[in-house]
Design a protein around this ligand. Structure first.
Ligand SMILES: C[S@@+](CC[C@H](N)C(=O)[O-])C[C@H]1O[C@@H](n2cnc3c(N)ncnc32)[C@H](O)[C@@H]1O
Length: 272
């Protein structure tokens, strides 16, 4: 129970900062990298392709993806643990009936008898999305079980996260190998599940902080299989950012092309 209060409290504390970072339409990473990939994976190739699709965005934050999906004609529900972020989401779409929002801990969406709580609809959604959030949520098993319940058979859960093999906060970094003329990625902790505290403002001792739950790749694949999913597609997305011309810019650009920033897993519900 303590953990849940902490996670909600933590995100309430950074909500203003996060809302300013993401804004109405998303950070540059959302807009240039994550959302185009997500829409593509949902089959939104042409303008009206997603009209009428039902989508639940889990850990939706201030609703940035919910707004985009609603604008594309999807019936959209956002769920998040932070009442402050949900309030901000609602404030950004005043008076509309789509998207709708629920404030809830996504690890606690199922009752003891396995039914969905909060009037959530079972076997209803075509897609469930978890964007840049799964590494903020623990434990993962009840989150994936609830995602399964929300989805129709054949529906898909799409998870976009920091690449767990290369982008491990505080346990991975860049280094230059000038002799070989390359920039390398060094990782010094990977297999062990690790709780990493992320300060909103690293230079402040008393800065508000959130938790990044690092897990190795096998945890995600095995947890999805245990929750009734089959992985139907995996993507590894690189940054959109270009490097200014300089002595090492070629090395940096090469490394940016080789080491993906985000991992995307599309998993289809094949069993209850
Ligand atoms: C980095 S933010 C991402 C938000 C949004 N998906 C986006 O892309 O802007 C992580 C989100 O996870 C939410 N979160 C953390 N733990 C959660 C939990 N147990 N249940 C629901 N949401 C949770 C936080 O409140 C926060 O909104």
């Amino acid at each position: 129970m303590k953990k849940v209060i902490d996670d909600s409290f933590r995100w309430n504390k950074v909500a203003n900062w996060y809302d300013a970072l993401v804004g109405e339409e998303g950070s540059e990473f959302h807009r240039f990298v994550i959302f185009p990939n997500l829409i593509d994976l949902m089959g939104g190739k042409k303008e009206h392709d997603l009209e009428g699709k039902k989508v639940v965005d889990i850990a939706c934050g201030q609703g940035v993806l919910c707004r985009l999906l609603a604008s594309l004609g999807c019936e959209t529900l956002g769920i998040d643990i932070s009442p402050t972020l949900i309030r901000m989401a609602k404030k950004r779409s005043p008076g509309v009936t789509n998207p709708t929002y629920v404030t809830a801990d996504c690890t606690k969406l199922l009752s003891n008898n396995g039914n969905l709580k909060f009037d959530l609809k079972e076997n209803y959604y075509d897609y469930a999305t978890i964007v840049l959030s799964i590494q903020n949520i623990s434990p993962m098993a009840p989150l994936l079980k609830a995602s399964n319940k929300l989805l129709k058979k054949g529906g898909s859960l799409i998870i976009t996260m920091m690449h767990p093999c290369f982008r491990i906060p505080q346990y991975a970094d860049w280094q230059f190998n000038d002799k070989e003329k390359r920039q390398e990625r060094v990782i010094w902790k990977y297999l062990e599940n690790t709780e990493i505290k992320i300060k909103q403002n690293p230079s402040e001792n008393e800065s508000a902080e959130t938790i990044h739950y690092h897990r190795p790749l096998k945890s995600y694949i095995n947890a999805l299989a245990n929750a009734g999913f089959m992985i139907s597609k995996v993507d590894e997305l690189i940054t959109y950012k270009q490097e200014q011309k300089g002595v090492r810019s070629e090395m940096i650009m090469q490394a940016k092309k080789e080491f993906p920033m985000f991992l995307v897993i599309k998993a289809t519900k094949v069993a209850d």
